[in-house]
Design a protein around this ligand. Structure first.
Ligand SMILES: NC(=O)c1ccc[n+]([C@@H]2O[C@H](COP(=O)([O-])OP(=O)(O)OC[C@H]3O[C@@H](n4cnc5c(N)ncnc54)[C@H](O)[C@@H]3O)[C@@H](O)[C@H]2O)c1
Ligand SMILES: O=C(O)C[C@H](O)C(=O)O
Length: 402
Protein backbone atom coordinates (compact mmCIF):
# COMPACT_ATOMS: atom_id res chain seq x y z
CA UNK A 1 0.00 0.00 0.00
CA UNK A 2 1.12 3.49 -0.67
CA UNK A 3 1.67 5.54 2.39
CA UNK A 4 -0.86 8.37 2.93
CA UNK A 5 0.41 11.69 1.70
CA UNK A 6 2.51 13.62 4.13
CA UNK A 7 1.74 17.29 4.49
CA UNK A 8 4.52 19.40 3.12
CA UNK A 9 5.78 16.70 0.73
CA UNK A 10 4.89 17.45 -2.82
CA UNK A 11 6.32 15.19 -5.40
CA UNK A 12 4.29 14.63 -8.56
CA UNK A 13 3.47 11.06 -7.62
CA UNK A 14 2.17 11.92 -4.14
CA UNK A 15 -0.01 14.64 -5.60
CA UNK A 16 -1.47 12.20 -8.07
CA UNK A 17 -1.98 9.68 -5.27
CA UNK A 18 -3.71 12.27 -3.13
CA UNK A 19 -6.25 13.08 -5.75
CA UNK A 20 -6.94 9.48 -6.57
CA UNK A 21 -7.27 8.16 -3.05
CA UNK A 22 -10.10 10.10 -1.63
CA UNK A 23 -11.76 7.80 0.89
CA UNK A 24 -15.36 7.00 0.09
CA UNK A 25 -18.21 8.18 2.24
CA UNK A 26 -18.68 4.67 3.33
CA UNK A 27 -15.21 4.23 4.72
CA UNK A 28 -15.24 7.80 6.18
CA UNK A 29 -12.39 10.28 6.04
CA UNK A 30 -9.43 9.78 8.16
CA UNK A 31 -7.99 12.68 10.12
CA UNK A 32 -4.69 12.17 8.32
CA UNK A 33 -6.40 12.49 4.92
CA UNK A 34 -8.16 15.68 5.97
CA UNK A 35 -4.90 17.21 7.20
CA UNK A 36 -3.20 16.28 3.99
CA UNK A 37 -5.99 17.82 1.94
CA UNK A 38 -5.74 21.11 3.77
CA UNK A 39 -2.03 21.28 3.19
CA UNK A 40 -1.98 20.41 -0.48
CA UNK A 41 -1.93 23.21 -3.00
CA UNK A 42 -5.30 23.98 -4.51
CA UNK A 43 -5.63 23.10 -8.09
CA UNK A 44 -7.09 25.62 -10.44
CA UNK A 45 -10.05 24.29 -12.38
CA UNK A 46 -9.12 23.69 -15.97
CA UNK A 47 -10.69 26.27 -18.18
CA UNK A 48 -11.34 25.92 -21.82
CA UNK A 49 -8.81 28.03 -23.82
CA UNK A 50 -11.62 30.40 -24.73
CA UNK A 51 -12.31 31.23 -21.07
CA UNK A 52 -8.72 31.27 -19.91
CA UNK A 53 -7.68 34.73 -18.75
CA UNK A 54 -5.46 36.39 -21.28
CA UNK A 55 -2.02 37.39 -20.12
CA UNK A 56 -2.08 41.03 -19.07
CA UNK A 57 -0.44 43.24 -21.68
CA UNK A 58 2.76 44.77 -20.41
CA UNK A 59 2.18 48.37 -19.50
CA UNK A 60 4.05 50.57 -21.86
CA UNK A 61 6.10 53.24 -20.24
CA UNK A 62 5.35 56.58 -21.81
CA UNK A 63 8.12 58.46 -23.56
CA UNK A 64 7.80 60.93 -20.76
CA UNK A 65 8.42 58.28 -18.07
CA UNK A 66 11.39 56.98 -20.01
CA UNK A 67 12.86 60.45 -20.01
CA UNK A 68 12.43 60.89 -23.76
CA UNK A 69 10.26 63.02 -25.98
CA UNK A 70 9.39 66.70 -25.89
CA UNK A 71 7.37 66.55 -22.67
CA UNK A 72 10.20 64.99 -20.75
CA UNK A 73 12.28 68.13 -21.20
CA UNK A 74 12.38 70.72 -18.49
CA UNK A 75 9.02 72.31 -17.63
CA UNK A 76 7.85 74.74 -20.28
CA UNK A 77 9.72 78.00 -20.03
CA UNK A 78 7.60 80.90 -18.91
CA UNK A 79 7.82 84.32 -20.49
CA UNK A 80 9.72 87.20 -18.99
CA UNK A 81 7.34 89.96 -19.93
CA UNK A 82 6.84 93.52 -18.80
CA UNK A 83 3.22 94.61 -18.42
CA UNK A 84 1.74 98.00 -17.55
CA UNK A 85 -1.79 98.68 -16.34
CA UNK A 86 -2.76 102.32 -17.03
CA UNK A 87 -5.49 103.29 -14.60
CA UNK A 88 -4.08 100.52 -12.39
CA UNK A 89 -5.35 102.03 -9.12
CA UNK A 90 -8.98 102.22 -10.30
CA UNK A 91 -11.97 99.91 -9.92
CA UNK A 92 -10.87 97.57 -12.70
CA UNK A 93 -7.19 98.43 -12.44
CA UNK A 94 -6.56 97.05 -8.95
CA UNK A 95 -7.99 93.54 -9.38
CA UNK A 96 -6.57 93.44 -12.90
CA UNK A 97 -3.10 94.19 -11.50
CA UNK A 98 -3.60 91.43 -8.93
CA UNK A 99 -4.49 88.87 -11.59
CA UNK A 100 -1.67 89.91 -13.91
CA UNK A 101 0.86 89.84 -11.06
CA UNK A 102 -0.09 86.20 -10.56
CA UNK A 103 0.67 85.26 -14.17
CA UNK A 104 3.96 83.34 -14.35
CA UNK A 105 4.68 85.04 -17.69
CA UNK A 106 4.93 88.43 -15.97
CA UNK A 107 8.37 89.47 -14.81
CA UNK A 108 7.62 93.13 -14.23
CA UNK A 109 4.30 94.83 -13.60
CA UNK A 110 3.90 98.61 -13.68
CA UNK A 111 0.89 100.18 -12.01
CA UNK A 112 0.25 103.61 -13.49
CA UNK A 113 -2.42 106.09 -12.37
CA UNK A 114 -3.12 109.74 -11.61
CA UNK A 115 -2.39 111.39 -8.26
CA UNK A 116 -6.15 111.67 -7.70
CA UNK A 117 -6.84 107.93 -7.94
CA UNK A 118 -8.70 106.38 -5.00
CA UNK A 119 -5.42 104.77 -3.84
CA UNK A 120 -1.91 105.90 -4.82
CA UNK A 121 -0.46 103.67 -7.54
CA UNK A 122 2.63 103.11 -5.37
CA UNK A 123 0.36 101.80 -2.62
CA UNK A 124 -1.16 99.25 -5.00
CA UNK A 125 2.33 98.30 -6.18
CA UNK A 126 3.74 97.91 -2.64
CA UNK A 127 0.75 95.80 -1.67
CA UNK A 128 1.08 93.51 -4.73
CA UNK A 129 4.84 93.36 -4.30
CA UNK A 130 4.27 91.05 -1.31
CA UNK A 131 2.71 88.25 -3.36
CA UNK A 132 4.90 85.18 -3.50
CA UNK A 133 5.07 85.47 -7.27
CA UNK A 134 7.89 86.28 -9.62
CA UNK A 135 6.57 89.64 -10.83
CA UNK A 136 8.35 92.73 -9.53
CA UNK A 137 5.72 95.44 -9.12
CA UNK A 138 6.34 99.19 -9.45
CA UNK A 139 4.00 102.13 -9.14
CA UNK A 140 4.01 105.30 -11.28
CA UNK A 141 1.95 108.38 -10.48
CA UNK A 142 1.22 111.34 -12.74
CA UNK A 143 -0.36 114.61 -11.70
CA UNK A 144 -3.65 115.57 -13.29
CA UNK A 145 -3.02 117.82 -16.28
CA UNK A 146 0.45 116.42 -17.04
CA UNK A 147 1.12 114.57 -20.28
CA UNK A 148 1.87 110.82 -20.15
CA UNK A 149 4.35 111.29 -23.01
CA UNK A 150 6.46 113.51 -20.73
CA UNK A 151 6.24 111.21 -17.71
CA UNK A 152 6.06 107.57 -18.69
CA UNK A 153 9.42 106.79 -20.26
CA UNK A 154 10.62 104.44 -17.53
CA UNK A 155 7.18 102.95 -16.96
CA UNK A 156 6.52 102.04 -20.60
CA UNK A 157 9.95 101.35 -22.04
CA UNK A 158 10.34 97.62 -22.65
CA UNK A 159 6.64 96.84 -22.14
CA UNK A 160 5.23 93.88 -24.07
CA UNK A 161 1.64 94.49 -23.06
CA UNK A 162 -0.17 97.65 -21.91
CA UNK A 163 -3.68 97.21 -20.51
CA UNK A 164 -5.74 100.42 -20.48
CA UNK A 165 -8.75 100.69 -18.19
CA UNK A 166 -7.94 104.41 -17.58
CA UNK A 167 -11.10 106.44 -18.12
CA UNK A 168 -14.53 107.35 -16.79
CA UNK A 169 -17.12 104.64 -16.15
CA UNK A 170 -20.75 105.38 -16.95
CA UNK A 171 -23.59 106.17 -14.55
CA UNK A 172 -27.21 104.94 -14.73
CA UNK A 173 -28.96 106.54 -17.70
CA UNK A 174 -25.73 107.10 -19.67
CA UNK A 175 -24.69 105.13 -22.74
CA UNK A 176 -21.10 104.09 -23.37
CA UNK A 177 -21.14 106.51 -26.29
CA UNK A 178 -21.67 109.40 -23.85
CA UNK A 179 -18.12 108.77 -22.56
CA UNK A 180 -16.46 109.11 -25.95
CA UNK A 181 -15.04 112.61 -25.87
CA UNK A 182 -13.53 112.50 -22.39
CA UNK A 183 -12.25 108.92 -22.63
CA UNK A 184 -10.83 109.26 -26.15
CA UNK A 185 -8.66 112.14 -24.92
CA UNK A 186 -7.45 110.07 -21.95
CA UNK A 187 -6.72 107.11 -24.25
CA UNK A 188 -4.92 109.33 -26.76
CA UNK A 189 -2.49 110.59 -24.10
CA UNK A 190 -1.57 107.04 -23.12
CA UNK A 191 -1.43 105.71 -26.68
CA UNK A 192 0.86 108.58 -27.67
CA UNK A 193 3.26 107.61 -24.87
CA UNK A 194 3.09 103.95 -25.97
CA UNK A 195 3.86 104.97 -29.55
CA UNK A 196 6.97 106.69 -28.26
CA UNK A 197 8.27 104.28 -25.61
CA UNK A 198 6.92 100.82 -26.49
CA UNK A 199 5.73 100.87 -30.13
CA UNK A 200 5.97 97.07 -30.42
CA UNK A 201 3.81 96.37 -27.37
CA UNK A 202 0.27 95.02 -27.65
CA UNK A 203 -2.27 97.54 -26.29
CA UNK A 204 -5.47 96.18 -24.73
CA UNK A 205 -8.11 98.91 -24.62
CA UNK A 206 -10.73 98.42 -21.89
CA UNK A 207 -11.80 102.06 -21.75
CA UNK A 208 -15.27 102.74 -23.17
CA UNK A 209 -16.75 103.22 -25.68
CA UNK A 210 -14.58 100.43 -27.10
CA UNK A 211 -16.49 100.57 -30.42
CA UNK A 212 -15.19 104.10 -31.14
CA UNK A 213 -12.04 104.44 -29.00
CA UNK A 214 -10.32 101.47 -30.68
CA UNK A 215 -10.79 102.67 -34.28
CA UNK A 216 -9.68 106.15 -33.17
CA UNK A 217 -6.48 104.88 -31.52
CA UNK A 218 -5.66 102.29 -34.18
CA UNK A 219 -6.02 104.90 -36.95
CA UNK A 220 -3.81 107.32 -34.99
CA UNK A 221 -1.22 104.55 -34.75
CA UNK A 222 -1.49 103.96 -38.48
CA UNK A 223 -1.08 107.67 -39.19
CA UNK A 224 2.12 107.55 -37.15
CA UNK A 225 3.41 104.64 -39.26
CA UNK A 226 2.78 102.02 -36.58
CA UNK A 227 0.88 98.74 -36.80
CA UNK A 228 -2.85 99.27 -36.03
CA UNK A 229 -3.20 95.55 -35.24
CA UNK A 230 -1.21 96.17 -32.05
CA UNK A 231 -4.35 97.82 -30.67
CA UNK A 232 -7.17 95.54 -29.54
CA UNK A 233 -10.43 96.33 -27.81
CA UNK A 234 -11.11 93.95 -24.93
CA UNK A 235 -14.56 92.45 -25.44
CA UNK A 236 -13.81 89.31 -23.44
CA UNK A 237 -16.38 90.24 -20.80
CA UNK A 238 -19.14 89.58 -23.36
CA UNK A 239 -17.75 86.07 -23.94
CA UNK A 240 -17.48 85.46 -20.19
CA UNK A 241 -21.08 86.58 -19.71
CA UNK A 242 -22.44 84.53 -22.61
CA UNK A 243 -20.67 81.45 -21.21
CA UNK A 244 -22.03 82.09 -17.74
CA UNK A 245 -25.60 82.66 -18.90
CA UNK A 246 -25.83 79.32 -20.72
CA UNK A 247 -24.42 77.47 -17.77
CA UNK A 248 -27.78 76.28 -16.61
CA UNK A 249 -27.06 73.51 -19.07
CA UNK A 250 -25.36 70.42 -17.68
CA UNK A 251 -21.91 71.74 -18.53
CA UNK A 252 -19.39 73.44 -16.28
CA UNK A 253 -18.89 77.11 -17.21
CA UNK A 254 -15.32 76.61 -18.31
CA UNK A 255 -16.45 74.01 -20.85
CA UNK A 256 -18.70 76.51 -22.60
CA UNK A 257 -17.11 78.81 -25.14
CA UNK A 258 -19.54 81.04 -26.95
CA UNK A 259 -17.81 83.36 -29.44
CA UNK A 260 -19.15 86.91 -29.23
CA UNK A 261 -18.59 89.03 -32.31
CA UNK A 262 -19.48 92.52 -33.56
CA UNK A 263 -18.75 95.16 -30.94
CA UNK A 264 -19.13 96.04 -27.28
CA UNK A 265 -22.35 98.05 -26.86
CA UNK A 266 -26.05 97.13 -26.99
CA UNK A 267 -27.12 95.43 -30.21
CA UNK A 268 -23.56 95.35 -31.54
CA UNK A 269 -22.86 92.52 -29.08
CA UNK A 270 -23.63 89.31 -30.99
CA UNK A 271 -23.16 85.99 -29.16
CA UNK A 272 -22.95 83.01 -31.52
CA UNK A 273 -24.68 80.39 -29.39
CA UNK A 274 -24.90 78.07 -32.38
CA UNK A 275 -21.12 77.70 -32.37
CA UNK A 276 -20.79 76.16 -28.92
CA UNK A 277 -21.54 72.47 -28.59
CA UNK A 278 -23.50 72.94 -25.35
CA UNK A 279 -25.20 76.25 -26.16
CA UNK A 280 -26.44 75.03 -29.53
CA UNK A 281 -28.74 72.58 -27.78
CA UNK A 282 -30.78 75.45 -26.28
CA UNK A 283 -34.33 75.78 -27.67
CA UNK A 284 -34.39 78.29 -30.50
CA UNK A 285 -37.20 80.27 -28.84
CA UNK A 286 -35.03 80.94 -25.78
CA UNK A 287 -32.16 82.44 -27.77
CA UNK A 288 -33.50 86.01 -28.25
CA UNK A 289 -33.83 86.46 -24.45
CA UNK A 290 -30.42 85.01 -23.81
CA UNK A 291 -28.94 87.25 -26.49
CA UNK A 292 -30.60 90.32 -24.93
CA UNK A 293 -29.34 89.29 -21.48
CA UNK A 294 -25.75 89.39 -22.77
CA UNK A 295 -26.34 92.72 -24.54
CA UNK A 296 -27.80 94.34 -21.41
CA UNK A 297 -25.47 92.79 -18.85
CA UNK A 298 -23.22 95.87 -18.58
CA UNK A 299 -26.25 98.11 -17.95
CA UNK A 300 -27.53 95.65 -15.35
CA UNK A 301 -24.28 96.10 -13.39
CA UNK A 302 -24.35 99.90 -13.80
CA UNK A 303 -27.91 99.98 -12.42
CA UNK A 304 -27.12 97.56 -9.60
CA UNK A 305 -24.12 99.69 -8.55
CA UNK A 306 -26.48 102.65 -8.47
CA UNK A 307 -24.15 105.43 -9.59
CA UNK A 308 -21.00 103.95 -8.03
CA UNK A 309 -19.47 102.66 -11.26
CA UNK A 310 -19.77 99.81 -13.72
CA UNK A 311 -18.43 96.26 -13.88
CA UNK A 312 -15.00 96.12 -12.26
CA UNK A 313 -14.34 92.63 -10.85
CA UNK A 314 -15.77 90.63 -13.74
CA UNK A 315 -14.02 93.03 -16.10
CA UNK A 316 -10.71 92.50 -14.32
CA UNK A 317 -11.26 88.74 -14.69
CA UNK A 318 -12.04 89.13 -18.38
CA UNK A 319 -9.19 91.59 -18.98
CA UNK A 320 -6.74 89.24 -17.31
CA UNK A 321 -8.02 86.35 -19.43
CA UNK A 322 -7.26 88.35 -22.57
CA UNK A 323 -3.97 89.71 -21.19
CA UNK A 324 -2.77 86.23 -20.26
CA UNK A 325 -3.69 84.94 -23.71
CA UNK A 326 -1.63 87.70 -25.32
CA UNK A 327 1.37 86.82 -23.13
CA UNK A 328 0.94 83.08 -23.72
CA UNK A 329 0.95 83.83 -27.46
CA UNK A 330 4.10 85.94 -27.17
CA UNK A 331 5.70 83.04 -25.26
CA UNK A 332 4.90 80.72 -28.19
CA UNK A 333 1.69 79.10 -26.93
CA UNK A 334 -0.98 80.26 -29.34
CA UNK A 335 -4.38 81.24 -27.93
CA UNK A 336 -7.65 82.05 -29.66
CA UNK A 337 -9.88 84.80 -28.25
CA UNK A 338 -12.53 87.17 -29.52
CA UNK A 339 -11.23 90.76 -29.68
CA UNK A 340 -12.27 94.00 -31.37
CA UNK A 341 -9.71 95.21 -33.88
CA UNK A 342 -9.09 96.13 -37.48
CA UNK A 343 -10.95 93.70 -39.66
CA UNK A 344 -11.60 92.49 -43.16
CA UNK A 345 -14.09 89.72 -42.47
CA UNK A 346 -17.18 91.91 -43.00
CA UNK A 347 -17.63 95.20 -44.82
CA UNK A 348 -16.84 97.05 -41.57
CA UNK A 349 -13.24 98.14 -40.93
CA UNK A 350 -13.37 97.22 -37.22
CA UNK A 351 -15.07 94.20 -35.74
CA UNK A 352 -14.94 91.90 -32.70
CA UNK A 353 -13.71 88.66 -34.24
CA UNK A 354 -11.88 85.46 -33.39
CA UNK A 355 -8.16 86.12 -33.41
CA UNK A 356 -5.16 83.94 -32.66
CA UNK A 357 -2.49 85.45 -30.43
CA UNK A 358 1.01 84.28 -31.30
CA UNK A 359 4.61 85.39 -31.02
CA UNK A 360 4.04 88.69 -32.83
CA UNK A 361 0.70 89.58 -31.24
CA UNK A 362 -2.27 88.85 -33.51
CA UNK A 363 -0.97 86.13 -35.79
CA UNK A 364 -4.24 85.24 -37.50
CA UNK A 365 -7.86 86.34 -37.85
CA UNK A 366 -10.23 83.40 -38.07
CA UNK A 367 -13.35 83.33 -40.25
CA UNK A 368 -16.70 83.97 -38.59
CA UNK A 369 -17.80 80.38 -39.09
CA UNK A 370 -21.33 79.30 -39.83
CA UNK A 371 -24.15 81.54 -38.59
CA UNK A 372 -27.72 80.29 -38.24
CA UNK A 373 -30.72 82.21 -39.55
CA UNK A 374 -31.24 84.20 -36.33
CA UNK A 375 -27.56 85.16 -36.11
CA UNK A 376 -27.41 86.14 -39.77
CA UNK A 377 -30.33 88.52 -39.25
CA UNK A 378 -28.75 89.92 -36.09
CA UNK A 379 -25.47 90.53 -37.92
CA UNK A 380 -27.24 93.03 -40.16
CA UNK A 381 -28.53 94.85 -37.05
CA UNK A 382 -25.01 94.86 -35.59
CA UNK A 383 -23.59 96.46 -38.68
CA UNK A 384 -26.04 99.37 -38.67
CA UNK A 385 -25.15 100.52 -35.14
CA UNK A 386 -21.47 99.63 -35.29
CA UNK A 387 -20.91 101.52 -38.52
CA UNK A 388 -21.89 104.83 -36.92
CA UNK A 389 -19.76 104.20 -33.83
CA UNK A 390 -16.71 103.31 -35.92
CA UNK A 391 -17.21 106.49 -37.91
CA UNK A 392 -17.01 108.60 -34.72
CA UNK A 393 -13.64 106.97 -34.03
CA UNK A 394 -12.35 107.52 -37.55
CA UNK A 395 -13.41 111.17 -37.40
CA UNK A 396 -11.51 111.62 -34.12
CA UNK A 397 -8.39 110.15 -35.74
CA UNK A 398 -8.72 112.52 -38.69
CA UNK A 399 -8.92 115.54 -36.39
CA UNK A 400 -6.06 114.50 -34.09
CA UNK A 401 -2.57 113.09 -34.25
CA UNK A 402 -0.08 111.50 -31.88
N1 LIG B 1 -14.38 96.84 -22.13
C1 LIG B 1 -15.21 96.48 -21.19
O1 LIG B 1 -15.83 95.42 -21.28
C2 LIG B 1 -15.40 97.33 -19.97
C3 LIG B 1 -15.99 96.80 -18.83
C4 LIG B 1 -16.11 97.59 -17.71
C5 LIG B 1 -15.67 98.93 -17.72
N2 LIG B 1 -15.09 99.41 -18.85
C6 LIG B 1 -14.58 100.79 -18.90
O2 LIG B 1 -13.32 100.84 -18.21
C7 LIG B 1 -13.09 102.19 -17.77
C8 LIG B 1 -12.61 102.20 -16.33
O3 LIG B 1 -13.60 101.75 -15.47
P1 LIG B 1 -13.34 101.67 -13.87
O4 LIG B 1 -14.56 101.13 -13.28
O5 LIG B 1 -12.05 101.02 -13.59
O6 LIG B 1 -13.22 103.23 -13.53
P2 LIG B 1 -12.50 103.89 -12.27
O7 LIG B 1 -12.90 105.31 -12.24
O8 LIG B 1 -12.72 103.07 -11.07
O9 LIG B 1 -10.96 103.79 -12.64
C9 LIG B 1 -10.40 104.51 -13.69
C10 LIG B 1 -8.99 104.86 -13.30
O10 LIG B 1 -8.39 105.51 -14.40
C11 LIG B 1 -7.59 106.54 -13.87
N3 LIG B 1 -7.29 107.56 -14.90
C12 LIG B 1 -8.11 108.50 -15.41
N4 LIG B 1 -7.44 109.21 -16.32
C13 LIG B 1 -6.20 108.71 -16.39
C14 LIG B 1 -5.04 109.03 -17.15
N5 LIG B 1 -5.03 110.03 -18.02
N6 LIG B 1 -3.95 108.30 -16.96
C15 LIG B 1 -3.93 107.29 -16.08
N7 LIG B 1 -4.99 106.95 -15.33
C16 LIG B 1 -6.11 107.65 -15.49
C17 LIG B 1 -8.39 107.10 -12.71
O11 LIG B 1 -7.58 107.84 -11.81
C18 LIG B 1 -8.92 105.82 -12.10
O12 LIG B 1 -8.06 105.29 -11.13
C19 LIG B 1 -14.38 102.91 -18.02
O13 LIG B 1 -14.28 103.67 -19.19
C20 LIG B 1 -15.41 101.82 -18.20
O14 LIG B 1 -16.49 102.21 -18.99
C21 LIG B 1 -14.95 98.65 -19.95
O1 LIG C 1 -21.48 98.79 -19.19
C1 LIG C 1 -20.49 99.49 -18.99
O2 LIG C 1 -20.54 100.72 -19.02
C2 LIG C 1 -19.20 98.85 -18.64
C3 LIG C 1 -18.83 97.73 -19.55
O3 LIG C 1 -18.79 98.10 -20.87
C4 LIG C 1 -19.66 96.50 -19.36
O4 LIG C 1 -20.09 95.90 -20.34
O5 LIG C 1 -19.88 96.12 -18.20
Amino acid sequence: MTAPPTPGRSSASTTRARTRRRPSRRTGTSARWRRARRARPRRRPRLSPRLRPRPRPRRRRSRRAKGKGPRAKEPRKTGEFKVCVCGGAGGIGQPLCLLMAMDPNVKELCVFDLNVAMVPAQGVATDLGHLEKKAAVKGYVMEVGQKPVDNLEECLTGCHLVLIPAGMPRKPGQTRDDLFKINADIAKGIVEACAKYCPDAMLGMIVNPVNSVVPAMAELYKKKGLDPMKIVGITTLDVVRANKFVVRLPAPPDRVNVPVIGGHAGTTILPLFSQDKHAKTIDAEKIPDLDKHVQDAGTDVVNAKNGKGSATLSMAYAGARLGKSVLAGLAGQRRTECAYCKSEITDLPYFAQKVVFGKEGISKVLPLGELNEYETKRLEEVKVQLKGEIESGLKYAEENSL
